[in-house]
Design a protein around this ligand. Structure first.
Ligand code: G6P
Ligand code: MN
Length: 447
């Protein structure tokens, strides 16, 4: 079994390697190909993999390459987590809107649309290559913004494509913890699009445990979402929101923190540069990687916790170690498994799961996963406020796909202006001007 990791020089690649090498997967991989446009980054990640082998006694054949076709040729599974333009571009995505009165975030709002417009041309070219060189490979998309990017790839890759995100699974894990239960024993009625979803019910047999949890201030308040949104607001919504809803429900608070200097990309650029600039033995590289990873995870979503240090400490404490590796590999195990069907929250074509969206829209809902493929579970009608937000965001995202594919600056402005996290057409225009002035790839993309 050959696995190709596109964006293999990325910081989280060792998480996947470790899961495979330690034998945590049922699928046996005998070859890993790491592809990246940057050979320096590949070298650093290679050193970490050697560190894992040396300290944990593991060994799986792996090689790095900057040639895409070489990585993809003969692959059974393609895992794609790329960041076109790197963290320098993320910095532009996040900082330009802030001065103009809109939040600056990697995937939500203007920043997410910019990230997408930069990514779509590059990733559709990659998908064409996969279709040609590995026509039967599963394509697991982790590239953000996952919903939009997966939707752009869907016409090229069809049924072989699936988008994944760790956020829903982690949310369900925390909800289970609040209930004092094991998530594996419960069914989560979750729906939305990527980074815009809600837990509508938690089923234990024919009993829904969510209404009881919503009334229990202590339990609900004990988890990240309880602290982030406040128990009173969660009760008003009647569902537990994905943490990314913070940027919608508490837009002004997020913007204020960002204006005060909390911009994720500037922090990440500095800490990631330190890691990638380092050298040393495999053991030292592994140690530095591990330290950098822990620090990165503990400062995640910092803008939500300004002035609330105690809460923040409790939230960090309650976080599970990043589920990135297990999520993708568990999915492959389920797709290639023998007969059993499991339920996983994935990004797939809607068919008729959310009836207010068209069949080809990529939605994030629980899916049946088995050797026969992936099928979304029917969600049915949802509260109108949730449907309204989903529709507005997806409308903006679709225009961003069109803008990226056609290179139209006018459509880029339209995409931003339609997004609920951008205050007006005027602001959208100014943000697009800022992006084009400061990001060479966007300048090239939007003529
Ligand atoms: C979560 C999201 C990912 C996102 C990541 C950002 O895990 O689900 O989609 O990429 O956070 O983390 P970062 O450390 O890059 O801010
Ligand atoms: Mn995600």
């Amino acid at each position: 079994m050959k696995l190709a990791i596109l964006g293999g020089g990325g910081f989280r690649t060792p998480v996947i390697y470790r899961a495979i090498a330690s034998g945590a997967t049922r699928t046996r991989y005998d070859e890993l190909a790491l592809y990246d446009v940057d050979s320096g980054r590949l070298d650093r990640i290679e050193a970490v993999l050697r560190g894992i082998d040396a300290t944990e006694g593991t060994s799986v054949r792996h090689r790095s390459t900057t040639r895409l076709e070489e990585a993809i040729e003969g692959a059974d599974v393609v895992y794609c987590a790329i960041r076109v333009g790197g963290l320098a571009a993320r910095f532009v995505d996040e900082t330009v809107p802030i001065e103009l009165g809109a939040i600056g975030q990697e995937t939500a709002g203007a920043g997410g649309l910019a990230f997408a417009m930069r990514t779509v041309p590059a990733i559709t070219a990659i998908a064409e290559t996969v279709r040609r060189c590995a026509p039967n490979a599963f394509f697991i998309n982790f590239t953000n913004p996952v919903g939009l990017v997966t939707e752009a790839l869907s016409p090229i890759l069809g049924e072989r494509l699936v988008g994944i995100c760790d956020a829903p699974q982690e949310l369900c894990g925390r909800v289970a913890a609040a209930l004092g239960r094991d998530a594996r024993d419960l069914a989560f009625d979750y729906f939305g699009i990527n980074h815009l979803g809600w837990v509508r019910g938690v089923l234990d047999g024919n009993r829904d445990l969510l209404p009881g949890l919503l009334e229990d201030d202590e339990r609900l308040g004990s988890i990240e979402e309880g602290r982030l949104f406040g128990t009173e607001w969660i009760r008003s919504v009647g569902m537990v929101p994905n943490e990314y809803l913070f940027y919608y429900y508490f837009q002004d608070r997020a913007l204020e923190a960002m204006r005060g200097g909390v911009v994720r990309a500037s922090y990440l650029r500095e800490q990631q540069d330190r890691f990638y600039a380092g050298d040393g033995t495999p053991a030292a590289s592994l140690a530095l990687w591990q330290e950098t990873l822990t620090e990165r995870e503990s400062s995640y979503m910092e803008e939500a916790w300004i002035g609330r240090e105690t809460e923040r400490a409790a939230v960090v404490e309650g976080r599970l170690p990043g589920g990135y590796g297990g999520l993708a590999l568990g999915l492959v195990d389920a797709l290639l498994g023998e007969g059993e069907t499991s339920v996983r929250i994935l990004n797939v074509p809607n068919r008729s799961s959310l009836p207010f969206l068209d069949p080809d829209a990529i939605v994030e809902v629980p899916c049946l996963v088995g050797p026969g493929g992936i099928r979304p579970i029917a969600i049915g009608s949802v509260p109108i406020d949730a449907a309204g937000l989903i529709l507005r965001v997806r409308a903006a995202e679709r225009v961003a796909i069109e803008a990226a594919l056609s290179g139209s600056r006018r459509l880029a402005v339209k995409a931003l202006a339609l997004h609920p996290l951008v205050p007006s057409v005027d602001v959208a225009e100014r943000i697009v001007d800022g992006y084009v002035a400061r990001d060479p790839i966007l300048a090239e993309t939007l003529r």
